[in-house]
Design a protein around this ligand. Sequence first.
Ligand SMILES: Cc1cc2nc3c(=O)[nH]c(=O)nc-3n(C[C@H](O)[C@H](O)[C@H](O)COP(=O)(O)OP(=O)(O)OC[C@H]3O[C@@H](n4cnc5c(N)ncnc54)[C@H](O)[C@@H]3O)c2cc1C
Length: 496
Amino acid sequence: MRLSDKQCFHGDLNMINSANSRRSFIQTAVGGWVVSASLTSPDTRADQAPQAARTANPISGDILRTSGRLSEDGRYLLEQERPIPIAGTTDVLVCGAGPAGVAAALAAARAGASVQLIEVAGCLGGVWTAGLLTKILDAENKSGIMAEMLQEFSDRGSEVAHQTGGTVYDPEVAKLVLEEMCVDAGVRIRLHTRLVGAVTDERNCVVAVLTESRSGREAWQAGRFVDCTGDGDLAAHAGCRFDVGVGAECTCQPMSMLALLTGVDPQDIGPYIRESGSGAKTRLLNLMEDHGISPSYRAPTLRHLHSGIYSLMTNHEYGVSAFDADAVTEATLRARREIHEIVNGLRKIGGPWKNLSVVATAEQIGIREGRRIRGRYAITAEDLATGLRHKQAVCTASFPIDVHALSEHGNKEVDRDFRKNGSRPYDIPYPALVAADVDGLLMAGRCISGDFIAHSSYRVTGNSVAMGEAAGRAAAVSVQQNVMPHELDWSTVKSL
Ligand SMILES: Cc1cc2nc3c(=O)[nH]c(=O)nc-3n(C[C@H](O)[C@H](O)[C@H](O)COP(=O)(O)OP(=O)(O)OC[C@H]3O[C@@H](n4cnc5c(N)ncnc54)[C@H](O)[C@@H]3O)c2cc1C
């Protein structure tokens, strides 16, 4: 299956490279700034370099220089136009390689599509790995890629991973398993690369995305795109409408940093380990409070992963916007400091805790909520209350409504008010994965279309993987059948 010019993509390489065609073709959703550059080389001073439209050379370290001027009010830098090299053209491009993105890329590749997977972190897995999550929820009732991954995490993991059917997993094992699965399926992986723009054509179809990385600014063309960035970056750049949080203030669930610990014997601290029963969190909180430790998350969770390694979640960062880099930075510094303070405090208790120490804190603070992109169906609290059954169900979610405390006030574990209408197992409909405002774009994972309460349930990773599998497969089939994703019926696609 190859990209056809009859399909969504409306320009070929020559069109992109031709300034005239580009003017009629590209509408960038990132503010319309255009950029220009000259090329430097080791023996040429940057300001002497010719203006030729050469590409950067990653071997020699050559770069495309940016030039620009300040706006009159001095508030902006106006970049000048520069040619952006086309880094790749595939049938399907998946952005974000968390649980949803890996599943989307695998499903699309296995359905015969050429697939590019783009990820800003240095590993696949998202919150599973860069976020050091260690527990997969709502996965036991899933088949397909989720079941395959659990089997791998269990077979290649520790005794604990084996006993839990892979739902408590080692993040390092997960990194390797996901890479191997993607490589085996023929997925082209690009790490360390952030999506920074998306381009639509005159039919409002997504045709290319822009990224920044060590290789500079690059453009990637594809027939279909799948936004698995968690925060809905691709869709937002493409101009899609979205919702954030709840209420006029767009209040989001708190962020949390996770950590790996070592230095304790599981036999000695058994009652505090989450898998020992539901009372473990309260026992750990009481232990902390008895020794003057007051964690910002009131349901501290300690999991035993393998041999002497544990994972800890005991931090809440309230009122932080996922789109404010300064605020996320401050939250990250605060969270890391809190983890170390708590571990130091526990170590001072002595006894079985006397050698407790931090092995690693997550490189990426855990972001529970970003954009919820408007799709062709929006999953609502009402759907959860009534246990929605939908003829285009991609999976059934059974995880309950789970809204962590929205502010420090009261310092509660979860806000139970949001649960008042209850929830029953409900279907996630395929149209909730299809962008409403542009063509050629699907979403999977926590950025799909739904309301604040529904999101608090479907966001967990067992569902994210199932959504990713459906979105990837639909993206591939829609290229194959030369139809838009919204023209597909999931009940037909899944039986192909
Ligand atoms: C603290 C915390 C605890 C949680 N606990 C659990 C739990 O115990 N079990 C469970 O199942 N779920 C849990 N969840 C929920 C779950 O982790 C997320 O909802 C889930 O990871 C969603 O999967 P995803 O693939 O949509 O997003 P993510 O895992 O967030 O993956 C998104 C990926 O996209 C990448 N990305 C983002 N923007 C860009 C960009 N512009 N360019 C390139 N790449 C980009 C990110 O680096 C990341 O790898 C928890 C979440 C948090 C934050």
